[in-house]
Structure formats: structure tokens, C-alpha cells
Design a binder for this molecule. Structure first.
Ligand code: UDP
Ligand code: MG
Length: 340
């Protein structure tokens, strides 16, 4: 049987501290898998530089010049993890049969990668890496993540529990993914929607070795909220519900106050009045804000701006001539290069 060409996509944002180690470990793994005939010798590791401001790109580029299994894709500016990942997937699928994505800090256990290939060979088009336990995370991160999955589930978004972006997709699955051309893309929610036959691989997640997390609390919350609002209208319905409830409550109170007035107990407090004004005001602001969030999403979608801009694609022809391998270029562009 033919071995599949594997491409490993690694989004990197200011990862100069972890990169040398990551490159070495992934390279060793790829070489070993080629030797063991698990994957084809044309397999590559594609590092995506997501507009880093440190030495990340220099490291990647240097390595790609001397290492035939390493390639670098440079984005013109920082577009965030999800978009950087997409850029990598869409680029890598041009030169491979299946693409595996993994974070640059290698918190995900790379020793299970052969299992992904095995599942792929068995005919699974999408293979999810699923964490067995979460005890390397801080208590806080574990709890917030747990709440997030539960909330998403309640809102009708089916996520794979404890699966992040450690996954393998066949070329065909990525081609289908490309047809989801929404701008607000939440990969974890969309990939299961593709619907091809899938499998799971279990592993233990480690601590980040070097550098710091690129997902501080603020980004994590934004990410969670993005995930929710680009997949579900439940929050808007919830607001509507609160609105209805408070409307009925105020009708009840109104009648009660009216009765009090009619029976002569007119000294009904200023307190209740002012509280309800604040309450209703607050509710209205929340509602408007939430609706605004959705309108913002619609606004972004209608503009159809590109999700990322590529600065340097290792598989494309560059006028300077200092890049693409001829064979890779013809593979990527789907045509044969003239022999001259
Ligand atoms: N990343 C990226 N662009 C960004 C932020 C992060 O490409 O704007 C990459 C980062 O280099 C890493 C991955 O996304 O490879 C996940 O980030 P991190 O490990 O910091 O997240 P955590 O594991 O803490 O959730
Ligand atoms: Mg990480």
C-alpha cells in the first residue's frame, strides 16, 4: 500500500522560545515515520508565522532552507490562531493527502501521531485528538473550559468534548471545509459539520514548556463568546425571554401599585420605582448590546473580507526565485512544469 503524504501544520505567534525544540521534535518524528514507512517521504511540516514580532519567521525560514521536511508560510499580519490555522490547512492540502494540525508549544502529545495516520488509513477522513484528563491545566482554565463545553452543548452546538485543534483532516475534508466561507470561523464547531467518517485518538496533554500562553483570560473569553455567537441564536432568544418575563412582572407590579393607590395606601415607595427603572434600563442595554453583537457579525460577513493574507507561500512560484521546489510547485498548482 502507498503511504500517505502527511503535512503537519503548526501556527506560530511569537514562539521563538519554543520553536527550536518544536522543529527538532517534529522533524525527528517525521523522519522516523518515513523510515518506518508510515508516511511518504514527501511529507512536510508547515510552520505558519502569524505575523510574529519576534524572531519566529527568521527561525522558520532558516530551517526551511536547510531542512527538506520543513516549510514556512508567512502571513502578512497577525490574524489569530483560528485564521492562521486555516491558512496553513488550505496551503498544506495542496501538497499532501492528509493534514495534521498542532500547536507550536507541543502541549499535545506528538507520539500519538502515528495513530492518527493509522485511523486515516482505515478510512477516517477526520481524526480528533481528545485529551484524556485536564489535570495539567490550572484549576481556573479547567473550570472555564468545562463551563464552555457545557454551555455550547446547551445552545445546540455539538463540540467534541476536550478536543482542541489537534486533529487530522484528509485533503477531501479540507476541500469541503473551504466551502464554508463564513468570516467568523469557529473551526471546532464547523469541522464536525462536514460529516465525513471520523475517529478519535486519546492522549495526555502536557504543560507549556517555554514561552507564555497566547490565550490570556481576555482572549479566552472573546474566543468563547465568538464561538457561541457565531453558532447559535440562543442568547438573543434568552434576552427576548428576559424581556417578556420582566414585562409581565412589571404588569403585575403595576396592577398591585394601582390597587394600593385605589385603596388609599399612596405612600408606595420611591425605592421600588427607582429600582425598576434601573433594572429595566440595564436589561435594555444588555439586550441592545447582544443584538449589536449579532449585527456586528452580519456586518463582517457581508463585507467578505479575506480571513488572512499570505506574504510568503513556500509552494508558490516567487519572482525572486529563492523559494519553491519545482516538484512541489507543480504539485501545488496542479500542473506539470515544463522541462527545459
Ligand atoms: N497562535 C497564533 N496566533 C495568535 C495566537 C496564538 O497562531 O494570535 C498560536 C500559538 O503560537 C500556538 C497556538 O496558536 O501555537 C495556541 O496558542 P497557545 O498555546 O498560547 O494557547 P493555549 O494552549 O494556552 O490555549
Ligand atoms: Mg498551548
Amino acid at each position: 500500500m502507498n503511504q500517505p503524504i502527511l503535512a503537519i501544520v503548526v501556527p506560530c505567534y511569537n514562539e521563538e522560545e519554543t520553536l527550536p525544540r518544536t522543529i527538532r521534535q517534529l522533524h525527528d518524528l517525521v523522519v522516523r515515520m518515513i523510515r518506518e514507512k508510515t508516511i511518504c517521504s514527501k511529507s512536510k511540516i508547515l510552520f505558519v508565522d502569524d505575523g510574529s514580532t519576534d524572531e519566529t519567521w527568521t527561525l522558520i525560514h532558516k530551517e526551511s532552507l536547510q531542512n527538506d521536511h520543513v516549510r514556512g508560510l508567512k502571513l502578512a499580519r497577525n490574524v489569530g490562531h483560528q485564521n492562521a490555522l486555516l491558512a496553513g490547512l488550505f496551503t498544506a492540502k495542496k501538497v499532501s493527502d492528509c493534514v495534521l494540525s498542532i500547536d507550536a508549544d507541543l502541549q499535545d502529545d506528538i507520539s500519538v501521531i502515528p495513530e492518527f495516520i493509522q485511523k486515516f488509513n482505515e478510512g477516517h477522513e477526520i481524526v480528533y485528538g481528545v485529551r484524556k484528563r485536564r489535570d495539567t491545566d490550572t484549576f481556573f482554565k479547567r473550570k472555564t473550559a468545562e463551563t464552555f463545553y457545557k454551555m455550547m452543548k446547551k445552545m445546540g452546538v455539538d463540540l467534541i468534548y476536550n478536543h482542541a485543534d489537534f486533529r487530522l483532516m484528509s485533503r477531501r475534508a479540507i476541500q469541503e471545509l473551504e466551502r464554508f466561507d463564513e468570516v467568523n470561523l469557529f473551526l471546532r464547531g464547523i469541522v464536525p459539520l462536514i460529516g465525513f467518517q471520523s475517529a478519535e485518538v486519546y492522549y495526555e496533554r502536557k504543560k507549556r514548556m517555554a514561552g507564555e500562553t497566547k490565550y490570556p483570560l481576555k482572549k479566552m473569553l472573546a474566543f468563547a463568546f465568538d464561538g457561541i455567537s457565531s453558532f447559535s441564536v440562543t442568547p438573543i432568544r434568552f434576552v427576548l425571554l428576559i424581556g417578556l418575563v420582566s414585562f409581565f412582572v412589571s404588569v403585575l407590579f403595576g396592577t398591585y401599585f394601582l390597587l394600593l393607590k385605589m385603596t388609599g395606601h399612596t405612600q408606595t415607595g420611591w425605592t421600588s420605582l427607582i429600582t425598576s427603572i434601573w433594572l429595566i434600563g440595564g436589561l435594555q442595554l444588555i439586550a441592545i448590546g447582544l443584538i449589536g453583537e449579532y449585527i456586528g457579525k452580519i456586518y463582517k460577513e457581508t463585507k467578505r473580507r479575506p480571513k488572512y493574507i499570505v506574504d510568503f507561500d513556500p509552494f508558490m512560484f516567487h519572482p525572486s526565485g529563492k523559494t519553491a521546489d519545482k516538484e512541489e510547485y507543480s504539485l501545488a498548482s496542479g500542473k506539470l512544469t515544463e522541462t527545459n
